[in-house]
Design a protein around this ligand. Structure first.
Ligand SMILES: *[C@@H]1O[C@H](CO)[C@@H](O)[C@H](O)[C@H]1NC(C)=O
Ligand SMILES: *[C@@H]1O[C@H](CO)[C@@H](O)[C@H](O)[C@H]1NC(C)=O
Length: 489
């Protein structure tokens, strides 16, 4: 209900009583969003993603109507038990701007990788009468933390996978499919699934979170952003009864005789299933399959990838790839989808390569560590006012709490530029040159003025060479990205 009634929702969700609190004669409020830098965080840079969805879904077009104003008025009368809702202000939006928001949003292009501590987008009113709108929409805009954080974590997975795949196979073939999104059931809602699922698709093409595919289609112009394969689950195996696991497996092979298929094999005893069922009773059936219709065995408990691969090697053999690492026959792979996070992926891949195994042998599935075990503090996302105008004069403003200097905010009008050393930096106090500014106007007066395709976004988010190359990976991001310029006012 809230989601479909976009305009009403807009009236509801936000900072309802602030318009009464600003100083007199204010005509502009200018605010910005950043992922603040944080000492010791494992994330030094972020992937900007998701604003376009919010804008298209909630903010474009005539979002205010008289009916919604009346509804909201009633709602807030009940909520605050006093008349704090700015009925007149909203009616002016309706009358003067046909219900379209006189707001300008400038943002980093979606998919761009930005070191933490830099401006990601700015918001300001374009009509002096509506200075109160800027921070009215803060609540909605700060929810950007979620797609940004998922896209960022997903890309960190990609760095780890790329590094190991390159080192142990000599190429990056299949990288896009290495991390499968298993998170649909583990997120809080359909909208989270859609946003998180789409954010993962900025980096990978492998997902079961269908809501993310639909979002990529509807809001980012991508007909089909990700792929999946038929897969057994525990119910389809255990419904045969404990004594018939072999029959259950056989059934799956029969039903999906061509194309890859994944079979969960830990219902009772993964080691028995691999050694005696797959590796013996069904061995011929497995060997008949080709690379294109490979069997992907899924352990789903414990950490058996390393143990399992040895059992499978005993039964099916292995060969050496061009860089000297072992690979199982091409009709056989493993997908590890239990307990996967950035730490365990690295650990598993390291153990495998220590034992001489290539990363080619395994896929990973990740659920909650990808879509749910994160919050607004993961990347310290914040929205702050940095500039105001009143009585025709501009003033740079900021917060600088004595109790926590890391929560200080930026000053004045902001822009983002690449400096002469090639690093991105935020220029404060209106000192940036417009021609250098990497922030792009994406929304103005109720219209979306820039529409990114997922394809463009994926290009922007591609791994840089040094991120894929294990030997070049030990740079010190803290030193590289510590440039904030204080312009002269
Ligand atoms: C607000 O603007 C009015 C009209 O220009 C002016 O008379 C008044 O002094 C201003 N108030 C403040 C507090 O600046
Ligand atoms: C947006 O509206 C403001 C006034 O409300 C106007 O000055 C500005 O030119 C408009 N922008 C565009 C792109 O039409």
């Amino acid at each position: 209900y809230l989601i479909s009634a976009a305009g009403f929702c807009l009236l509801l969700v936000f900072q309802i009583t602030h318009y009464k609190q600003y100083p007199p004669n204010v005509s502009k409020i200018y605010s910005y969003f950043e992922c603040r830098r944080k000492k010791g965080s494992q994330f030094s840079e972020v992937v900007f993603f998701g604003l376009q969805y919010l804008l298209k879904k909630y903010l474009t077009g005539p979002v205010i109507t008289e009916e919604k104003i009346q509804e909201a008025k009633l709602f807030y009368q009940m909520h605050f038990k006093q008349a704090v809702f700015d009925e007149e202000g909203w009616r002016k939006v309706l009358e003067k701007h046909d219900g379209r928001l006189p707001i300008r949003i400038k943002a980093v292009p979606e998919g761009r990788i930005i070191p933490r501590g830099n401006v990601l987008f700015t918001v300001e009113n374009t009509d002096p009468s509506f200075y109160w709108l800027t921070n009215y929409i803060e609540t909605m805009l700060v929810q950007m933390w979620y797609p940004i954080t998922v896209a960022t974590i997903s890309r960190e997975f990609k760095k780890i996978l790329a590094k190991h795949l390159k080192a142990t196979s000599g190429s990056l073939e299949g990288l896009d499919l290495k991390l499968h999104d298993f998170g649909y059931r583990g997120v809080s809602s359909q909208e989270s699934a859609a946003l998180g699922g789409a954010a993962h698709l900025v980096n990978f093409c492998s997902t079961d979170t269908v809501a993310g595919l639909l979002m990529a289609q509807r809001y980012y112009g991508c007909p089909m952003a990700g792929f999946s394969i038929p897969a057994a689950e525990h119910s389809t195996i255990i419904s045969w009864g404990r004594s018939k696991e072999k029959e259950a497996f056989e059934r799956v092979l029969d039903q999906f005789s061509s194309g890859p298929v994944s079979v969960v094999s830990d219902s009772y005893d993964i080691f028995n299933a691999c050694k005696h069922i797959w590796g013996d009773k069904l061995k011929e059936r497995v060997m008949e399959r080709s690379q294109d219709s490979c069997l992907v065995i899924r352990p789903d408990s414990g950490d058996p990838a390393e143990t399992l691969i040895e059992i499978l090697e005993e039964c099916f053999g292995s060969s050496l790839n061009s860089v000297g690492y072992k690979v199982l026959p091409s009709y056989l792979r493993i997908i590890q989808g239990d307990g996967i996070d950035l730490h365990s992926v690295e650990e598993i891949l390291e153990k495998l390569s220590d034992e001489g195994w290539s990363a080619e042998n395994v896929f990973f599935g990740c659920g909650s560590a990808l879509l749910q075990k994160l919050n607004r503090d993961t990347l310290s996302c914040a929205f702050k006012c940095s500039y105001v105008e009143s009585n025709g004069k501009g003033m740079d403003v900021y917060k600088q709490p004595v109790t926590d200097p890391s929560k200080g905010s930026k000053k004045g009008r902001l822009s983002l530029r690449r400096n002469s050393d090639g690093f991105l930096e935020t220029v404060e106090r209106g000192a940036g040159k417009p021609e250098e500014d990497l922030l792009v106007t994406v929304f103005e007066n109720g219209s979306l003025v820039k529409d990114y395709s997922l394809e463009e976004i994926r290009k922007n988010a591609r791994l840089r060479d040094e991120e894929m190359n294990p030997t070049l990976h030990n740079h010190e991001p803290e030193l590289l990205h510590n440039h904030i310029i204080n312009g002269i006012h």
